[in-house]
Design a protein around this ligand. Structure first.
Ligand code: NAP
Length: 231
């Protein structure tokens, strides 16, 4: 039985991804700051903050004991704050960078160690179209995801010798709590900049993640796929 680690599984895209891999018969190890929202015999939840180094190392130790190895990692946990740069306090900047950049890095580092023995590890990081579209009001969020993309490209090189691929997916807006605060006119303007002008759906993310994970994708690494025809 294969094991996938998914961060941010309490709600939103991460919860749907966890359900998808449970339905496919995988062991799923999820995490979030809150308690588990999924009850399943093959689901294990870790209540932690992804930027807490000690907690992430402890989770990796438990996974090693429980499953021996990890086959795939989805670095889905992420936060956003939409605000003009002049109105953005340093506390918000730090919170976003800690979660999106430090959290992603720590999980890549610790889970890569547990993927070595599989000789077919898969890491998928989460970015956003806010970066290539240079969306106003999202300076810090977009910058944090630009860092995630850079991590993806460099770790793809560093982890290639361990037969681990590292790729990223950049969704367009999808109805979750993350984008609830975005005004309707801004959302419409954003959709108009996509080649395919519709909201994204969780199934669009699942499709790209499945593609990166399949065994035949072992020659694909360091890539970023944006949805909706954004480039
Ligand atoms: N929805 C969109 O339109 C969209 C578009 C582009 C990219 N994305 C990316 O897709 C990913 C998922 O977004 P979403 O829309 O599903 O967001 P969401 O509905 O707000 O869910 C975020 C998840 O991450 C967890 N989380 C947040 N901070 C955490 C932390 N510090 N430590 C551990 N877990 C944490 C949350 O659980 P707790 O609150 O319990 O911690 C929750 O389960 C993010 O990386 C986001 O940037 C989303």
């Amino acid at each position: 039985m294969k094991t996938i680690v998914i961060t941010g599984t309490r709600k939103g895209i991460g919860q749907a991804l966890a359900q998808h891999y449970l339905n496919k018969g995988w062991n799923v190890a999820g995490c979030s700051r809150g308690d588990a929202s999924i009850q399943h015999e093959h689901y294990t939840h870790f209540s932690l903050d992804v930027s807490d180094e000690e907690a992430v190392v402890a989770m990796a130790r438990t996974l090693k004991k429980q499953f021996g190895q990890v086959d795939a990692l989805l670095n889905n946990a992420g936060i956003a704050s939409m605000n003009h740069a002049l109105l953005t306090p340093a506390s918000t900047v730090n919170r976003i960078l800690q979660t999106n950049v430090v959290g992603t890095f720590l999980f890549c580092r610790e889970m890569a160690k547990l993927m070595r023995s599989t000789k077919a590890g898969r890491i998928i990081n989460f970015t956003t179209v806010a970066h290539p579209l240079n969306l106003e009001g999202e300076a810090i969020y977009a910058a944090s995801k630009a860092a995630v993309e850079s991590l993806t490209r460099i770790l793809a090189r560093e982890l290639a010798e361990l037969q681990i691929t590292v790729n990223a997916i950049g969704p367009t807006p999808i109805e979750t709590d993350l984008i609830r605060g975005v005004p309707a006119d801004k959302m419409e303007a954003l959709l108009q900049r996509q080649a395919i002008r519709r909201m994204g759906e969780v199934k669009d993310v699942i499709n790209a993640v499945d593609f990166f994970i399949r065994p035949e994708s072992d020659f694909i690494t360091g890539q970023v796929i944006y949805l909706g025809g954004v480039n």
